[in-house]
Design a binder for this molecule. Structure first.
Ligand code: 15L
Length: 268
């Protein structure tokens, strides 16, 4: 693909990974952006910009065909920090995309948008959002924001509810939630190129037998995960969250129990 693709969060863990992996599968016109420059190679096109700054966001989205939006705080933080960086940043980006006639946006959503679902519930693309943190709420907001911009302004979007994207699974929960770097790259590639996309919700998970998610919509769009957490010996993985009985009940794990003041029985 030689059309311009902008990657936000290009200095971060997954944005940075995609900046390299998309180039490796034939993207020749990638531009990275972030609020700081980190791990960017000399031959990569990169622009420093803060998505909280609307004027700067307008500038970086000019002439862009598709945006891969991974620029956000990636874990729980204060309500104010999440509001400014994740919610306002994402809103600015979509509005700038509309003004500059960007065709599509791949949104890095998260399992924490649905984290308060019980582990015994199998979810699909129609399942209700159930955010487990301010962070998860910002991802739920991004999913609805992208639906609105798709329906109203025809900006195509794919929201990937990413499980745990790491080189290898590290703890027992990852046996259900893990996605490899190359499987995530495959999903993002589908999001950028698939002709029949309007607004999509898919799960960012490899082919894990113990998955809590029915990812048939991703499969219909051509996703064929090549990796699986099953090949890792789960007994060798850490059981850190096993000390936290509440985390074990819900898909979001420790994000659900942090600062919890509710009543577990009411979260059915
Ligand atoms: C996420 O959304 C986070 O960005 C990442 O740090 C992990 O916590 C991951 O979810 C997960 O749930 O494993």
């Amino acid at each position: 693909m030689n059309k311009k693709v902008l990657i936000t969060g290009a200095s971060g863990h997954l944005g940075g990974m995609l900046f390299n992996s998309l180039a490796n599968i034939g993207y020749t016109n990638l531009i990275g952006t972030d609020l700081r420059r980190k791990n960017i190679k000399k031959d990569q096109k990169f622009i420093l910009a803060n998505l909280k700054d609307f004027k700067a966001t307008i500038k970086i989205t000019k002439g862009i065909h598709a945006i891969v939006h991974f620029g956000a705080i990636p874990i729980e933080d204060t309500q104010q920090n999440i509001l400014l960086n994740n919610i306002i940043g994402t809103y600015n980006l979509f509005e700038a995309a509309r003004i500059n006639k960007v065709k599509r946006i791949i949104f890095a959503s998260s399992n924490h948008a649905i984290g308060f679902h019980r582990r015994t519930t199998k979810l699909n693309e129609f399942s209700n959002q159930r955010p487990d943190s301010h962070y998860g709420l910002s991802k739920a907001f991004g999913e609805e924001l992208s639906r609105f911009y798709a329906d109203k302004f025809n900006i195509k979007s794919m929201c990937i509810r990413i499980g745990s994207c790491l080189r290898v699974p590290k703890d027992r929960r990852h046996i259900s939630t893990w996605i490899s770097y190359s499987d995530l790259t495959q999903l993002v590639n589908i999001g950028i190129k698939h002709k029949a996309i309007h607004h999509e919700i898919v799960y960012g998970a490899s082919k894990n037998k113990k998955s809590w998610w029915n990812n048939s919509r991703a499969q219909q769009l051509g996703y064929r995960p090549a990796d699986s957490a099953d090949r890792f010996n789960s007994h060798l993985l850490t059981k850190n969250e096993y000390k936290d009985k509440m985390a074990l009940l819900f898909q979001g794990g420790v994000f659900t129990s942090a600062n919890f003041k509710g009543n577990i029985k009411n979260i059915k």
